[in-house]
Design a protein around this ligand. Structure first.
Ligand code: FES
Ligand code: FES
Length: 266
């Protein structure tokens, strides 16, 4: 049998196209050397396909063999978080971010996960009066601190003035960035009261309390909160209203009947 196989291999040419012929010729592979080379290449390709199959099989089997205690946390810690004036005991992996602790463990899903990399501001919460990105904060570092999320801003069934202003000025569209925007804006009110500096502060030597923030300042200080819907103008308007205490007029209005008719006729 072996002899017949060898003979078949010798007489049966392997069908190559023109390009393959050229490449093999350029490599100086002819006759038995060429056949040997092609066999090795075929064997290598087959082994790659087979390894894919076997590794997935092995992986599938290993899942079934996970130990019964697989749900046990590897770096388990116990801590108490004070969130929205309630103390909540937690058992979590020590590497859990505050964002995941809030959303996954305490089911406070108002705080949003946008980028999970500190770049969008959707996860902003207030910790001890200052705004923080909860995706970049370890939950384990927040024990004994007062955490306020969007769920904790309304009191006695009444919305926070910033929430009301966002509604009045239409400061959102899809609403995904809104909890972060509002928490950021609420903490910014405190920053202005305390006279904290920003990138556009003119004179750092003469900082005063109770700053009256210009529109430029508001935009700069809120620039860590990205809104993909582009509701920025209305967000600034909402902030200005709460900051100044004056009823700002919305920058938008419903179309009048005449305008609607005109638009229909156009
Ligand atoms: S989710 Fe935290 S900054 Fe984007
Ligand atoms: S309202 Fe949609 S991302 Fe801001």
């Amino acid at each position: 049998m072996k002899e017949i196989k060898k003979w078949k291999e010798k007489v049966e040419p392997i069908n190559l196209n023109e390009d393959e012929e050229t490449i093999l010729n350029q490599m100086g592979l002819k006759g038995s050397t060429r056949r040997k080379f092609l066999k090795q290449v075929t064997a290598a390709s087959l082994s790659i396909c087979a390894s894919n199959y076997f590794s997935s099989e092995v992986f599938a089997n290993s899942i079934h063999k996970l130990p019964d205690n697989a749900g046990v946390l590897m770096n388990e810690i116990k801590l108490k978080l004070r969130v929205n004036d309630l103390v909540k005991p937690l058992t979590i992996d020590s590497r859990t971010s505050l964002l995941d602790a809030l959303r996954e463990h305490l089911i406070l899903t108002g705080t949003k996960k946008g980028c999970d990399h500190g770049q969008c501001g959707a996860c902003t919460v207030i910790i001890d009066g200052k705004r923080h990105l909860s995706c970049l904060t370890l939950a384990a570092t927040c024990e004994n601190k007062a955490i306020t999320t969007i769920e904790g801003l309304a009191k006695d069934g009444k919305m926070h003035p910033m929430q009301e202003a966002f509604l009045k000025h239409d400061g959102f569209q899809c609403g995904y960035c809104t909890p972060g925007q509002i928490c950021s804006a609420v903490a910014l009110l405190e920053e202005a009261k305390n006279g904290d500096a920003s990138f556009v502060t003119d004179n750092l030597k003469q900082m005063q309390r109770n700053l009256k923030l210009s529109e430029e300042e508001i935009r700069e200080r809120m620039s860590g909160n990205i809104c993909r819907c582009g509701a920025y103008n209305n967000i600034v308007q909402a902030f200005k209203q709460v900051h100044s205490g004056n009823a700002e007029m919305p920058t938008w209005q419903f179309a009048t009947k005449e305008q609607m008719e005109k638009a229909k006729g156009a």
